[in-house]
Design a protein around this ligand. Structure first.
Ligand code: UD1
Length: 417
């Protein structure tokens, strides 16, 4: 298993290009199931979740070819299976995104129940309820969701809770349903808007993506399209914190600054200087970081996917920061590893109290999930001496060449095979 070795203390300086959003690329690839024609997706990050999706789609019968230049061509001319098996779903929960499109295209789907993960229980009951509203028969047996529908019919679906992939799954099921579907209390994440744009380019009729009410008028067929996925706001946010935590001066290019508003505002509150300029961001870390409380929320609030990285930053800020995790029930696994490096953190239910500034000292630490891994890398950049981050297969699921990008701005970081 690969590890990362980081020698902390370097002030990061230079320019980092931001890649495409993993969380946009995954539903976009799943959308290829909705048409016989070719989909060309650009700005795809070549991370492990994308390779897992390639495996899954190939098993279903989709031709998937990666082009040079971060592009992927997908063609689902004829599907040969409608099952997402356990061994793929367990490595990547987002595999559940094939449920809606399979049901729409071949009238049936069999998808392994994802189960919990390091950050919480993570049920998919809202995906299932929504599909039932569209007329699907759904039963769960042997830990598989089996769904079938002769015909999907438009319906009004009110989500009890805001769910990103739930909204995406239902949107993909509804585009080929008969009549009008109205999704209420829908997720407003930029990745949902990006998927709506792709589906619209494929011939779907969707209004309101980016608001809590999405209206979809079903069409009889979709066609091929070409689409570039949006920049990864979590990757950009992670590098902003890398700049701030090392007192560095980093420019990020190819970002969508509008998607980062809540992160930028929070980092400014904490004392980092950030300039934005049409797809570019510059962060300068000051010596005087100060604590700033944060509560994770659905978009446009502060993303839960940035919480772990922000906690690493708060260990280097003066004062006590209260970090409240409002989306997932168990997303503080990184805290105990940060504490092993010298951080002063107390967990109280869904709140973490981080007292700073503390000196961090390099240590052997274990990554528990994707964003927790990023948090440990950031802590390692600020720590004295060597930090070795183990189980970085989590990191490789969602960050493309993170060590190369960090090295290019002066970090001392290497991958140990
Ligand atoms: C997506 C993102 C993930 C991010 C999360 C929250 C992808 C591939 N992943 O995950 O990176 O951290 O949004 O921004 O886009 N819930 C239910 N029942 C359901 C579905 C969700 O109770 O049927 C709950 C979840 O347990 C969680 C909350 O709703 O507490 C939000 O989860 P959701 O938005 O669905 O997360 P994902 O779409 O899985």
């Amino acid at each position: 298993m690969d590890k990362l070795r980081i020698i902390g203390g370097a002030r990061l300086e230079g320019r980092i290009p931001i890649g495409g959003a993993k969380n946009s690329a995954l539903p976009a690839m799943a959308a290829s199931l909705l048409t016989e024609e070719e989909l060309l997706l650009k700005n795809i990050p070549f991370v492990n979740d994308i390779y897992t999706t390639r495996r899954l789609l190939r098993e279903l019968g989709v031709e998937v070819d990666f082009d040079a230049g971060q592009a992927v061509r997908l063609r689902a001319a004829r599907l040969r299976s409608y099952e997402a098996p356990y061994d793929l779903v367990k490595t990547m929960r987002a595999s559940v995104l094939v449920l809606g499109p399979l049901l729409a295209r071949v009238k049936k789907a069999r998808v392994s129940l994802p189960g919990g993960c390091a950050i919480g229980a993570r049920p998919i009951d809202l995906h299932i309820k929504g599909l039932q509203k569209l007329g699907a028969e759904v039963r769960t047996e042997h830990a598989y969701v089996e769904a079938a529908a002769e015909k999907l019919r438009g319906a009004q679906i009110i989500f009890d809770k805001i769910t990103v992939t739930g909204t995406e799954n239902l949107m993909m099921a509804a585009v080929l349903a008969e009549g009008r579907t109205i999704l209420e209390n829908a997720a407003r994440e930029p990745e949902v808007v990006d998927l709506a744009e792709l589906l619209t380019a494929m011939g779907a009729s969707i209004e309101g993506a980016g608001t809590p009410t999405i209206v979809i008028d079903g069409v009889s067929a979709l066609h091929g399209a070409s689409h570039a996925v949006i920049p990864d706001r979590v990757e950009a946010g992670t590098f902003l914190i890398a700049g701030a935590i090392t007192g560095g001066n980093i420019e990020l290019t190819a970002c969508n600054t509008a998607h980062l508003t809540s992160v930028i505002e929070k980092l400014r509150e904490a004392g980092a200087a950030i300039d934005t300029d049409q797809g570019r961001l510059r962060v300068k870390g000051g010596d005087a970081l100060v604590s700033a409380d944060v509560v994770t929320k659905e978009y446009p609030g502060f993303a839960t996917d940035m919480q772990a990285q922000y906690m690493a930053l708060m260990t280097q800020a003066a004062g006590i920061a209260v970090i409240t995790e409002d989306i997932f029930e168990n997303r503080f696994m990184h805290a105990s590893e940060l504490m092993r490096m010298g951080a002063n953190i107390r967990i109280d239910g869904s709140r973490a109290l981080v007292a700073g500034k503390t000196r961090l000292s390099g240590a052997n630490v274990i990554a528990s999930d994707l964003r927790a891994s990023a948090s440990l890398v950031l802590a390692g950049l600020a720590a004295d001496g060597a930090t070795i981050v183990d189980r970085i297969y989590h990191l490789d699921r969602g960050y493309e060449k993170i060590e190369e990008k960090l090295r290019s701005v002066g970090a001392q970081i290497e991958r140990l095979k």
